[in-house]
Design a protein around this ligand. Sequence first.
Ligand SMILES: CC(C)(COP(=O)(O)OP(=O)(O)OC[C@H]1O[C@@H](n2cnc3c(N)ncnc32)[C@H](O)[C@@H]1OP(=O)(O)O)[C@@H](O)C(=O)NCCC(=O)NCCS
Length: 190
Amino acid sequence: MANLIEIETARLRLRQWRDADDAPFAALNADAEVMRYFPAPLSRAESDGLAARCREKIDRLGWGFWACERKADGTFIGFVGLNVPAAALPFSPCVEIGWRLAREAWGQGFATEGARSALAVGFGQLGLEEIVSFTALGNQRSRAVMERLGMHEDALGFEHPALPEGHPLRRHRLYRLPRADWEAGAHRPG
Ligand SMILES: CC(C)(COP(=O)(O)OP(=O)(O)OC[C@H]1O[C@@H](n2cnc3c(N)ncnc32)[C@H](O)[C@@H]1OP(=O)(O)O)[C@@H](O)C(=O)NCCC(=O)NCCS
Protein backbone atom coordinates (compact mmCIF):
# COMPACT_ATOMS: atom_id res chain seq x y z
CA MET A 1 0.00 0.00 0.00
CA ALA A 2 1.43 3.35 -1.08
CA ASN A 3 1.47 6.57 0.95
CA LEU A 4 -1.97 8.10 0.52
CA ILE A 5 -1.98 11.51 -1.17
CA GLU A 6 -5.03 13.67 -0.46
CA ILE A 7 -5.55 17.26 -1.60
CA GLU A 8 -7.22 20.27 -0.05
CA THR A 9 -8.07 23.31 -2.19
CA ALA A 10 -9.88 26.49 -1.21
CA ARG A 11 -13.30 24.85 -1.55
CA LEU A 12 -12.67 21.12 -2.04
CA ARG A 13 -11.24 18.01 -0.50
CA LEU A 14 -9.93 15.35 -2.93
CA ARG A 15 -9.76 12.26 -0.76
CA GLN A 16 -9.93 8.47 -0.63
CA TRP A 17 -13.38 7.02 -1.31
CA ARG A 18 -15.76 6.00 1.51
CA ASP A 19 -18.72 3.62 1.56
CA ALA A 20 -21.01 6.65 2.06
CA ASP A 21 -19.97 7.97 -1.40
CA ASP A 22 -21.58 5.01 -3.17
CA ALA A 23 -25.17 6.31 -3.06
CA PRO A 24 -24.50 9.88 -4.29
CA PHE A 25 -22.04 8.51 -6.88
CA ALA A 26 -24.70 6.11 -8.18
CA ALA A 27 -27.17 9.00 -8.41
CA LEU A 28 -24.86 11.10 -10.60
CA ASN A 29 -23.89 8.08 -12.72
CA ALA A 30 -27.60 7.42 -13.33
CA ASP A 31 -28.13 10.99 -14.58
CA ALA A 32 -28.39 10.93 -18.38
CA GLU A 33 -27.08 14.51 -18.66
CA VAL A 34 -23.93 13.72 -16.62
CA MET A 35 -23.42 10.57 -18.75
CA ARG A 36 -24.28 12.18 -22.08
CA TYR A 37 -20.79 11.59 -23.55
CA PHE A 38 -20.45 8.04 -22.23
CA PRO A 39 -22.06 4.98 -23.78
CA ALA A 40 -24.83 4.81 -21.16
CA PRO A 41 -25.73 5.82 -17.60
CA LEU A 42 -24.46 3.33 -15.02
CA SER A 43 -26.51 0.90 -12.97
CA ARG A 44 -26.01 0.88 -9.19
CA ALA A 45 -23.77 -2.18 -9.49
CA GLU A 46 -21.67 -0.60 -12.27
CA SER A 47 -21.31 2.61 -10.28
CA ASP A 48 -20.29 0.74 -7.12
CA GLY A 49 -17.78 -1.21 -9.20
CA LEU A 50 -16.25 1.99 -10.57
CA ALA A 51 -16.00 3.50 -7.07
CA ALA A 52 -14.34 0.30 -5.83
CA ARG A 53 -11.80 0.38 -8.67
CA CYS A 54 -10.97 4.05 -7.98
CA ARG A 55 -10.53 3.24 -4.29
CA GLU A 56 -8.35 0.20 -4.99
CA LYS A 57 -6.08 2.18 -7.33
CA ILE A 58 -5.66 4.93 -4.70
CA ASP A 59 -4.87 2.26 -2.09
CA ARG A 60 -2.26 0.80 -4.43
CA LEU A 61 -0.66 3.96 -5.83
CA GLY A 62 -1.56 6.67 -3.30
CA TRP A 63 -3.27 8.75 -6.02
CA GLY A 64 -6.03 8.35 -8.61
CA PHE A 65 -9.51 9.61 -9.35
CA TRP A 66 -10.14 11.04 -5.88
CA ALA A 67 -13.60 11.40 -4.36
CA CYS A 68 -14.38 15.12 -4.42
CA GLU A 69 -16.03 16.67 -1.39
CA ARG A 70 -17.27 20.25 -1.07
CA LYS A 71 -15.69 21.61 2.12
CA ALA A 72 -18.51 24.03 2.89
CA ASP A 73 -20.98 21.25 3.71
CA GLY A 74 -19.03 17.97 3.39
CA THR A 75 -21.12 16.88 0.39
CA PHE A 76 -19.65 14.34 -2.05
CA ILE A 77 -19.95 15.93 -5.51
CA GLY A 78 -18.08 13.48 -7.79
CA PHE A 79 -14.48 12.76 -8.68
CA VAL A 80 -11.46 14.65 -9.97
CA GLY A 81 -7.97 13.27 -10.38
CA LEU A 82 -5.29 11.37 -12.19
CA ASN A 83 -5.52 7.90 -13.67
CA VAL A 84 -3.67 5.41 -15.84
CA PRO A 85 -6.34 4.49 -18.41
CA ALA A 86 -7.29 0.81 -18.40
CA ALA A 87 -7.51 0.68 -22.22
CA ALA A 88 -4.36 0.65 -24.38
CA LEU A 89 -4.62 3.99 -26.20
CA PRO A 90 -2.57 5.18 -29.20
CA PHE A 91 -0.53 7.44 -26.87
CA SER A 92 -0.11 4.92 -23.99
CA PRO A 93 1.60 4.72 -21.60
CA CYS A 94 0.06 7.87 -20.19
CA VAL A 95 -1.50 9.46 -17.14
CA GLU A 96 -4.80 11.21 -17.73
CA ILE A 97 -6.56 13.89 -15.73
CA GLY A 98 -10.33 13.53 -15.49
CA TRP A 99 -13.49 14.74 -13.74
CA ARG A 100 -17.15 13.88 -13.30
CA LEU A 101 -19.39 15.99 -11.09
CA ALA A 102 -23.05 15.92 -10.08
CA ARG A 103 -25.04 18.41 -12.13
CA GLU A 104 -25.81 20.61 -9.13
CA ALA A 105 -22.05 21.17 -8.78
CA TRP A 106 -21.51 22.37 -12.37
CA GLY A 107 -20.91 26.02 -13.23
CA GLN A 108 -18.98 26.89 -10.05
CA GLY A 109 -15.40 26.23 -11.09
CA PHE A 110 -15.04 23.09 -8.93
CA ALA A 111 -13.68 20.82 -11.70
CA THR A 112 -11.01 23.36 -12.69
CA GLU A 113 -10.09 24.07 -9.06
CA GLY A 114 -9.67 20.39 -8.22
CA ALA A 115 -7.86 19.65 -11.46
CA ARG A 116 -5.31 22.45 -10.95
CA SER A 117 -4.30 20.88 -7.66
CA ALA A 118 -4.24 17.41 -9.19
CA LEU A 119 -1.85 18.70 -11.89
CA ALA A 120 0.38 20.13 -9.16
CA VAL A 121 0.54 16.68 -7.54
CA GLY A 122 1.17 15.00 -10.90
CA PHE A 123 4.00 17.27 -11.97
CA GLY A 124 5.26 17.88 -8.41
CA GLN A 125 5.17 14.85 -6.11
CA LEU A 126 4.76 12.29 -8.90
CA GLY A 127 7.32 13.86 -11.26
CA LEU A 128 5.28 13.15 -14.41
CA GLU A 129 6.58 14.48 -17.74
CA GLU A 130 3.16 14.84 -19.36
CA ILE A 131 -0.52 14.65 -18.41
CA VAL A 132 -3.20 14.07 -21.05
CA SER A 133 -6.97 14.36 -21.14
CA PHE A 134 -9.48 13.23 -23.69
CA THR A 135 -13.16 13.31 -24.39
CA ALA A 136 -15.74 12.37 -26.97
CA LEU A 137 -16.45 15.05 -29.59
CA GLY A 138 -19.03 17.55 -28.46
CA ASN A 139 -18.24 17.54 -24.74
CA GLN A 140 -17.66 21.28 -24.65
CA ARG A 141 -17.79 21.58 -20.86
CA SER A 142 -14.98 19.07 -20.45
CA ARG A 143 -12.94 20.67 -23.25
CA ALA A 144 -13.37 24.04 -21.55
CA VAL A 145 -11.86 22.61 -18.35
CA MET A 146 -8.89 21.26 -20.36
CA GLU A 147 -8.37 24.64 -21.99
CA ARG A 148 -8.63 26.52 -18.68
CA LEU A 149 -5.86 24.23 -17.41
CA GLY A 150 -3.60 25.31 -20.30
CA MET A 151 -3.76 21.95 -22.09
CA HIS A 152 -3.27 21.93 -25.89
CA GLU A 153 -5.38 19.96 -28.29
CA ASP A 154 -3.49 17.36 -30.32
CA ALA A 155 -4.38 17.87 -33.98
CA LEU A 156 -5.01 14.18 -34.62
CA GLY A 157 -7.38 12.98 -31.91
CA PHE A 158 -8.06 9.25 -31.83
CA GLU A 159 -10.66 6.49 -31.98
CA HIS A 160 -11.38 5.06 -28.50
CA PRO A 161 -10.66 1.32 -28.71
CA ALA A 162 -13.21 0.47 -25.98
CA LEU A 163 -16.04 1.51 -28.32
CA PRO A 164 -17.03 -0.39 -31.46
CA GLU A 165 -16.27 1.05 -34.90
CA GLY A 166 -19.05 3.35 -36.03
CA HIS A 167 -20.17 4.17 -32.45
CA PRO A 168 -21.04 7.90 -32.32
CA LEU A 169 -18.82 8.43 -29.24
CA ARG A 170 -15.77 6.55 -30.60
CA ARG A 171 -14.01 9.63 -32.02
CA HIS A 172 -12.14 11.48 -29.25
CA ARG A 173 -10.31 14.74 -28.86
CA LEU A 174 -6.94 14.50 -27.10
CA TYR A 175 -5.39 17.27 -25.04
CA ARG A 176 -1.82 17.24 -23.75
CA LEU A 177 0.05 19.20 -21.08
CA PRO A 178 3.83 18.72 -21.08
CA ARG A 179 5.64 19.45 -17.83
CA ALA A 180 7.50 22.39 -19.42
CA ASP A 181 4.21 24.14 -20.27
CA TRP A 182 2.89 23.57 -16.77
CA GLU A 183 6.13 24.92 -15.30
CA ALA A 184 5.95 27.94 -17.60
CA GLY A 185 2.69 28.83 -15.92
CA ALA A 186 0.23 27.93 -18.66
CA HIS A 187 -1.92 26.40 -15.92
CA ARG A 188 -2.37 29.60 -13.96
CA PRO A 189 -5.74 31.33 -14.01
CA GLY A 190 -6.15 34.38 -16.22
C1 LIG B 1 -17.00 18.24 -17.30
C2 LIG B 1 -17.54 18.88 -16.04
C3 LIG B 1 -16.80 18.38 -14.80
C4 LIG B 1 -17.31 20.40 -16.19
O1 LIG B 1 -17.99 21.08 -15.17
P1 LIG B 1 -18.08 22.68 -15.21
O2 LIG B 1 -18.87 23.09 -14.04
O3 LIG B 1 -18.48 23.13 -16.56
O4 LIG B 1 -16.55 23.12 -15.03
P2 LIG B 1 -15.90 23.92 -13.82
O5 LIG B 1 -16.20 23.23 -12.56
O6 LIG B 1 -14.49 24.17 -14.16
O7 LIG B 1 -16.74 25.27 -13.80
C5 LIG B 1 -16.59 26.24 -14.81
C6 LIG B 1 -17.79 27.16 -14.82
O8 LIG B 1 -18.02 27.67 -13.52
C7 LIG B 1 -18.05 29.11 -13.55
N1 LIG B 1 -17.66 29.61 -12.22
C8 LIG B 1 -18.55 30.03 -11.28
N2 LIG B 1 -17.91 30.34 -10.15
C9 LIG B 1 -16.61 30.11 -10.35
C10 LIG B 1 -15.45 30.24 -9.53
N3 LIG B 1 -15.53 30.68 -8.27
N4 LIG B 1 -14.25 29.90 -10.06
C11 LIG B 1 -14.16 29.46 -11.33
N5 LIG B 1 -15.23 29.31 -12.15
C12 LIG B 1 -16.45 29.64 -11.66
C13 LIG B 1 -17.16 29.44 -14.72
O9 LIG B 1 -17.41 30.73 -15.21
C14 LIG B 1 -17.58 28.36 -15.73
O10 LIG B 1 -18.86 28.71 -16.22
P3 LIG B 1 -19.29 28.47 -17.76
O11 LIG B 1 -19.30 26.98 -17.95
O12 LIG B 1 -20.62 29.08 -17.82
O13 LIG B 1 -18.23 29.13 -18.59
C15 LIG B 1 -19.05 18.60 -15.88
O14 LIG B 1 -19.74 19.15 -16.96
C16 LIG B 1 -19.34 17.11 -15.80
O15 LIG B 1 -19.20 16.49 -14.76
N6 LIG B 1 -19.77 16.53 -16.93
C17 LIG B 1 -20.19 15.13 -16.99
C18 LIG B 1 -19.05 14.15 -16.91
C19 LIG B 1 -18.04 14.34 -18.04
O16 LIG B 1 -18.42 14.50 -19.18
N7 LIG B 1 -16.77 14.29 -17.64
C20 LIG B 1 -15.70 14.48 -18.59
C21 LIG B 1 -15.45 13.28 -19.38
S1 LIG B 1 -14.06 13.57 -20.48
